[in-house]
Design a protein around this ligand. Structure first.
Ligand code: FAD
Length: 379
């Protein structure tokens, strides 16, 4: 039945799930963003509505509040959401995976059901003013005492911390061990004494980013996720899920714009300015490559392959497709793109961030060079 890009030759149960979801969507139209409503508040309403229908955490085991289905089911629903231009899927998959892989059973049972339901909102406290690309250089320190830690430091670019109750926080727990063995992860309740959250306004008008100041904040040992020193491994798992186009519904969203460009080229081909036709063609090719790649990646995931350095290839492909697509749309639909508050305007501005969040494009290329191609380092 699927007419979305990620057609897996849908097995019957996946087909049924897509049907079921479309029927549910027909009964639960997409909410409108109210005038002046912060984007995160709007997305949170949407998250809760989706959860009420059973559409969040499809691949998370039932005992943790998910539906116990496969990655393929999750991808199919993300694909459906993108195809109907629904707002972004709640971006919690990568945090959920971090807890699934590194959290204790007690932590999984305590946090995952409420995270999936949107009863507790989470943010990610990794980057610092002097440690973004060089995450290993972070200086936030958690000093160990008997049964607890005190955390001191600063985080930056923490998305939507002002709307969050909990933060997955990275801090150094050992100053003498090599960087990659000295970072630990914690669940930090943001209402703890000593935590200050200061929002920053971005160029698109949203108050997505925050600074987080941590002034001798007490964190219990039971709030550490995994053993001391596993923070680096946890961070790499988290960002590899964050670097993936599959879980976001982006692919079908790009597909709608590619289709518009394709139609425009078919109708106006001969009269388009020099080079524009070939730039549209390049967008179509980028998009087809991304779709083929996403299908392969889904098959690998289903076979149990854990996301590794290959996710840097995913991130680069996604970034290139998105930025070229919106650059070309700017040439083809300039008036629509310039319409402040319009959908394309917001999407265009956010596409600039794709080469930064989840690790910059330069860093993805470094990872590919070192860990996939094993090229010699010159430094
Ligand atoms: C929309 C968005 C949301 C975000 N949300 C969060 C969040 O919720 N939580 C969080 O912790 N972080 C978040 N971030 C931060 C993001 O992870 C960092 O911005 C990113 O890792 C880059 O770090 P930086 O900004 O410090 O840049 P820097 O590391 O200072 O890099 C500056 C420039 O130098 C280049 N560079 C740096 N080192 C190298 C190198 N070794 N080789 C080649 N080039 C290099 C970079 O590519 C970049 O162009 C978010 C960022 C964005 C854009």
């Amino acid at each position: 039945m699927t007419d979305t890009p990620l057609d897996f030759g849908d097995p019957a149960d996946l087909d049924r799930l897509r049907h079921e979801f479309r029927a549910w969507l027909a009964q639960h139209p997409l909410p409108e963003r109210e005038s002046g409503e912060p984007v995160q508040v709007f997305l949170h309403r949407w998250h809760r509505l989706l959860h009420s229908g059973g559409w969040v955490g499809l691949d998370v085991p039932e005992r943790y509040g998910g539906r116990g289905l496969t990655a393929l089911h999750q991808v199919a629903i993300s694909d459906e959401l993108g195809a109907c231009r629904a707002p972004g899927v709640p971006r919690i998959g990568y945090l959920a995976h971090a807890l699934l892989e590194f959290g204790s059973e007690e932590q999984r049972l305590r946090f995952l059901p409420r995270m999936l339901a949107g009863d507790e909102v989470w943010c990610q406290g990794f980057s610092e003013p002097g440690a973004g690309s060089d995450l290993a250089g972070m200086s936030t320190f958690a000093k160990r005492h008997d049964g607890h830690y005190t955390v001191r430091g600063q985080k930056l670019w923490t998305s939507y911390a002002q709307y969050s109750g909990l933060c997955l926080l990275l801090a150094r727990t050992d100053r003498s061990a090599p960087a990659h063995k000295s970072i630990s992860a914690f669940v930090l309740p943001l209402d703890r004494p000593g935590v200050t959250v200061r929002p920053l306004r971005a160029a698109n008008g949203d108050d997505e980013f925050c600074e987080l100041f941590l002034d001798d904040v007490r964190v219990e040992e039971s709030e550490r996720v995994g053993a001391e020193g596993v923070g680096w491994a946890l961070a790499m798992t988290t960002v590899s899920y964050e670097r993936n186009a599959l879980d976001t519904g982006h692919i079908s969203k790009y597909g709608l714009l590619v289709e518009r460009l394709r139609r425009h080229a078919a109708e106006r081909g001969g009269s388009l300015p020099d080079g524009l036709l070939s730039r549209i063609g390049r967008c179509v090719v980028d998009y087809e490559v991304l779709v083929a790649h996403a299908r392969r990646r889904t098959a690998e995931r289903l076979a149990g392959q854990v996301a590794g350095p290959e996710s840097s290839v995913d991130k680069l492909l996604m970034t290139r497709t998105e930025q070229r697509l919106y650059d070309t749309a700017l040439e083809v639909f300039p008036a629509e793109l310039a319409q402040e508050g319009g959908e394309l305007f917001g999407d265009y501005l956010y596409s600039r961030a794709a080469s930064v969040y989840g690790g910059t494009s330069q860093i993805q290329r470094n990872i590919i060079a070192k860990r996939i191609l094993h090229l010699p380092s010159n430094g």
